[in-house]
Design a protein around this ligand. Structure first.
Ligand code: ADP
Length: 205
């Protein structure tokens, strides 16, 4: 490959739009998928500089007995304190971006998929991706799926949806869109077509 790294497709979509479902289909075709949520856990594992920074900012009390981040305690803390949220994100987000970038650069290709749920919120930091694929579903469909998947109540589901970028913001940055309002069986043909397109784009760059 002329440019020395694979073509990079960023997969995004609002919560419960079906990103994981689509990821699995690309993975089944042999595409390497790297997930920002997985990165967010790895960059603050015990022994990482990320966890060290968190302890410096929040104190040892934010760790559980095994020396891991006490996630429920952290969630509670950032829920009531915006500055704490900003501090945590300032530690975690750059490390997640670096983790994803390193994986993409080292990938054997021909293209790889980076799953980045909050891409629209942070697009300025992801100008290096080649292509954006949006998994799209209507808000009421996502609400229903979110409530069913996570067993949360409607008020919380509504709040989570409202805290994310709007569909319009996501659509504005997408090169390709998968409409996932319908039957999941319809995804196979759509994913196969996109896979062919990405292989062609990757070989042309
Ligand atoms: P995300 O990763 O975007 O948060 P998921 O892939 O977890 O979303 O999908 C949210 C929920 O909706 C999951 O329980 C999933 O099994 C279900 N789901 C995804 N796509 C469909 C579909 N087309 N029809 C019905 N349920 C779906």
């Amino acid at each position: 490959m002329s440019r020395g790294h694979p073509f990079v497709v960023a997969l995004t979509g609002g919560i419960a739009a079906g990103k994981s479902t689509v990821e699995q289909r690309f993975a089944a075709l042999g595409v390497h998928v790297y997930d920002a949520d997985q990165a967010a856990r790895q960059v603050i594992e015990p022994g990482t500089d990320g966890l060290l920074q968190i302890v410096e900012a929040f104190g040892e009390d934010i760790l559980d007995r095994d020396g891991r981040l006490d996630r429920p305690a952290m969630r509670q803390r950032i829920f009531v304190d915006r500055d704490a949220r900003r501090t945590l994100e300032a530690i975690v987000h750059p490390r997640v971006r670096l983790w994803l970038h390193e994986r993409a650069l080292a990938d054997s290709g021909p293209y790889c998929l980076l799953s980045i749920p909050l891409l629209a919120e942070h697009i300025g930091h992801y100008r290096w991706v080649d292509r954006v694929l949006l998994v799209d579903a209507d808000d009421d469909v996502r609400m229903r799926r979110l409530i069913a998947r996570d067993g949360i109540d409607e008020a919380l589901a509504r709040r989570i949806l409202a805290s994310q970028a709007s569909r319009e913001q996501r659509l504005a940055l997408a090169h390709d869109v998968i409409d996932n309002n319908g039957d999941p069986a319809a995804l196979d043909a759509r994913v196969a077509a996109l896979h062919a397109r990405y292989l062609a784009l990757a070989s042309a760059t």
